[in-house]
Ligand binder design. Structure first.
Ligand SMILES: N[C@@H](CCC(=O)N[C@@H](CS)C(=O)NCC(=O)O)C(=O)O
Length: 221
């Protein structure tokens, strides 16, 4: 039995939820307000970050450690290629979205517009929001470059890199910060991934005080 301590609009939690759902693994979701630093949660993961996966045998933090653990225990359907060079490309892009995209885009947009309010951390800093809005264009262009050459972000098969990207982008789509009209290939890619059964639970997420925009759960957005 798996239990996942998560936050609905945490991209890293979303990536793990997508991997579990894609592999058809049942999970009990426990919403964790990580900024409250609950002592029991801090004991489980001294970094104080979500997600944390708990099984009968272990308690594990760090989304990629969790995803690769799940991949090894439940190899089908595979989200990592067999070939070492292809696996390296998946890891490069997973890190791109978890690190670069998260710092340059997600923190500046979602962090300012939503996380600050949810955590009671004050008003959005407009210079950060502007920076996030500028940076997302660069990232969507890079995704377009990749998708012009490949069916999925890291190659011809869907991998963890696609879930890593979709997890970040779905959070920004929840606050209507993705300009779909200017990035047709990214829109097609997102429509494909969004229509997978694994995405359903993310599309049902509701954050009190932040209603979903109508297009968010619409598969023909
Ligand atoms: N590298 C971590 C990042 C997780 C992360 O930053 N989660 C955020 C929520 S989206 C968090 O818990 N932040 C709390 C903190 O940084 O103290 C992972 O991949 O799991």
């Amino acid at each position: 039995m798996y239990r996942l301590y998560h936050f609905p609009l945490s991209p890293f939690s979303r990536k793990v939820r997508l991997v579990l759902a894609e592999k058809g693994i049942e999970v009990e979701l426990i919403e964790e307000k990580y900024w409250e630093a609950r002592p029991e949660f801090m004991r489980m993961n001294p970094s104080g970050k979500v997600p944390v996966l708990k099984t009968d045998k272990l308690t594990l933090g760090e989304s990629n450690a969790i995803c690769e653990y799940i991949e090894e225990i439940h190899p089908e359907p595979a989200l990592m290629p067999v070939d070492a060079a292809k696996r390296a490309e998946v890891r490069r892009l997973t890190t791109w979205f978890d690190d670069k995209f998260y710092r340059e885009v997600t923190l500046n947009l979602l962090g300012e517009r939503l996380q600050k309010k949810v955590m009671g951390g004050g008003y959005p800093e407009s210079k950060n929001v502007k920076m996030g809005a500028k940076n997302i264009r660069y990232h969507l262009s890079y995704m377009t470059y990749l998708l012009d050459r490949r069916r999925w972000l890291a190659g011809d098969r869907m991998t963890l890199a696609d879930f890593s990207a979709a997890a970040q982008i779905s959070c920004l789509d929840y606050i209507s910060d993705v300009d779909w009209n200017s990035h047709e290939l990214v829109k097609e890619w997102y429509a494909k991934i969004k229509s997978r059964p694994a995405f359903r639970s993310l599309l049902a997420d509701q954050l009190p005080g932040f209603p979903q925009p109508p297009h968010y759960a619409d598969l023909d957005f």
